[in-house]
Design a protein around this ligand. Structure first.
Ligand code: GAP
Length: 429
């Protein structure tokens, strides 16, 4: 990350909007605070990160059971999980303008930040979004949009055991949306009201929890490396007892140096047998005939915070051939567009035809390939640099003679001639 880069946050938010990564939610109606919409490139980037996560933590393993559970979750589950009582933030409201603030984030606890009015007394504010299910007033049932994925894994624990008979240790994983009525959503994707999480609950014998905690701690660092975050910008924080979630006996936060400060990126928690016990669930060991409650290690990965950290890390400004440029040095595995193909001139049909042929032939192996003939070649390079496309391929008049093309590398700006027959193998994607 370019730490010396002034206004990095504003530059990233602006690039995301300009280039179609991320837009403010409901912007044309004035915007809804704490919501963001992913545009074509953002959706692709998020999808690539999810795929990479899924491969590393789910499909490449034999001990992980994926699920996709309901978003609307009945009150009884949140009662049992302790969220109705404890999933809260301290809140104060201004008596004059009625604006609400997180009490633990204020330096002045007496006067309103906005209008200087008097702040009321501290209250606890539950972050779960209530919803009513049912079609008539008589059969209405209170439910909540899920505030964490984990309860979906716990309430399906018995289903998984009955269908698959897994041996301990094993995990239940999912990726999905969660909802939290944050008092003060802010800092772009960092604190929002609706976000994507990737998470698993890993069930172990109680006397092995420390071993597995350490195992997943290392695996989380491997993941951080996979997505190209520098180890210098990620820091572990042992969370003190009073600051831990109600279910946790030990938590390590993985914090990232965001432009606005060092803040939580991921969490790793030892949830003990807290949840399974509250849901009255247990495990029967076939070999010994003994019933017991497994303990749980939970690595959790916020995807919005991941994307934000990756954007901070990959945003670069430099000078190439005497011109200033901005480029996203995204890992090739997650870049939304892998390759762009250009005809040198768009008004030369023979170049356009050849460029189309190269594009079509590569698209079979590289689905995320773009054909771009908009503006002059310099503008196209700048556009592709800004969206983090690793390679640009230009078809020029020499191509028509010797069937070679120019391949330009995003990071170095270096160009080399490559025979079209060797094009695919020359790209490292
Ligand atoms: N099941 C455990 C759990 O949900 P959490 O620390 O409350 O733990 C998990 O949240 C992750 O979700 C965090 O590590 C962070 O990456 C992300 N996260 C939490 N609150 C968020 C918010 N308001 N906006 C965006 N991401 C958030």
């Amino acid at each position: 990350m370019n730490k010396e880069n002034n206004n990095l946050m504003e530059k990233i938010v602006s690039l995301c909007k300009r280039r179609g990564f991320i837009y403010q939610g409901a912007e044309m109606y004035g915007g809804l605070s704490g919501t963001w919409d992913y545009g074509p490139l953002g959706a692709e980037l998020k999808f690539n990160i999810e795929q990479l996560w899924w491969k590393r933590f789910v499909s490449s393993r034999e001990d992980m059971y994926p699920i996709s559970s309901s978003i609307i979750v009945p009150e009884a589950i949140w009662q049992a999980s302790g969220h109705l009582e404890s999933f809260t933030d301290p809140m104060v409201e201004c008596e004059k303008c009625k604006k609400r603030f997180r009490a633990d984030q204020l330096t002045d606890t007496k006067n309103c930040l906005e209008c200087k009015g008097k702040l009321g007394s501290k209250k606890t504010f539950n972050l779960l979004f209530p919803v009513e299910t049912g079609s008539t007033t008589e059969d209405t049932t209170r439910a909540y949009l899920r505030g964490e994925l984990a309860q979906g894994m716990f309430v399906n624990f018995k289903n998984i055991i009955d269908s698959f008979h897994p041996k301990l240790p094993f995990g239940i994983a999912q990726i999905g949306k969660v909802f939290r009525n944050e008092i003060n959503p802010r800092n772009f994707l960092f604190r929002v009201r609706e976000f994507d999480l990737a998470e698993f609950e890993y069930f172990v014998k109680e006397n092995e929890w420390e071993k597995w905690f350490e195992y997943w701690r290392k695996e989380m660092w491997n993941w951080i490396d996979d997505i190209g975050l520098s180890k210098d910008n990620v820091h572990e924080l042992e969370v003190e007892e009073g600051d831990r979630a109600h279910y946790s006996k030990r938590t390590i936060d993985f914090e990232y140096d965001y432009p606005f400060g060092r803040k939580e990126l991921y969490g790793l928690s030892y949830r003990t047998d807290y949840d399974l016990k509250n849901h009255k669930l247990y495990y029967l060991d076939d070999s010994t005939g003994k019933k017991f409650i497994p303990h749980v290690i939970e690595p959790t990965f916020g995807l919005g915070r991941t994307i934000f950290a990756i954007l901070c890390e990959s945003y670069h400004e430099d000078e190439l051939n005497g011109e200033k440029r901005v480029f996203l040095k995204l890992p090739h595995t997650i870049a939304p567009v892998k390759v762009a193909v250009f005809p040198l001139l768009k008004n030369k049909p023979e170049l356009v035809k050849k460029a189309r042929e190269v594009h079509t032939s590569l698209k079979k192996d590289i689905p995320n390939i773009m054909f771009d003939d908009n503006g002059n070649i310099g503008k196209r390079y700048r556009r592709q640099d800004e969206i983090g496309t690793p390679y640009c391929i230009t078809i020029d008049f020499d191509t028509l003679e010797d069937d070679t093309v120019t391949v330009r590398d995003r990071d170095s700006g270096e160009q080399k001639r490559v025979a079209t027959s060797e094009l695919l193998s020359s790209l490292s994607l």
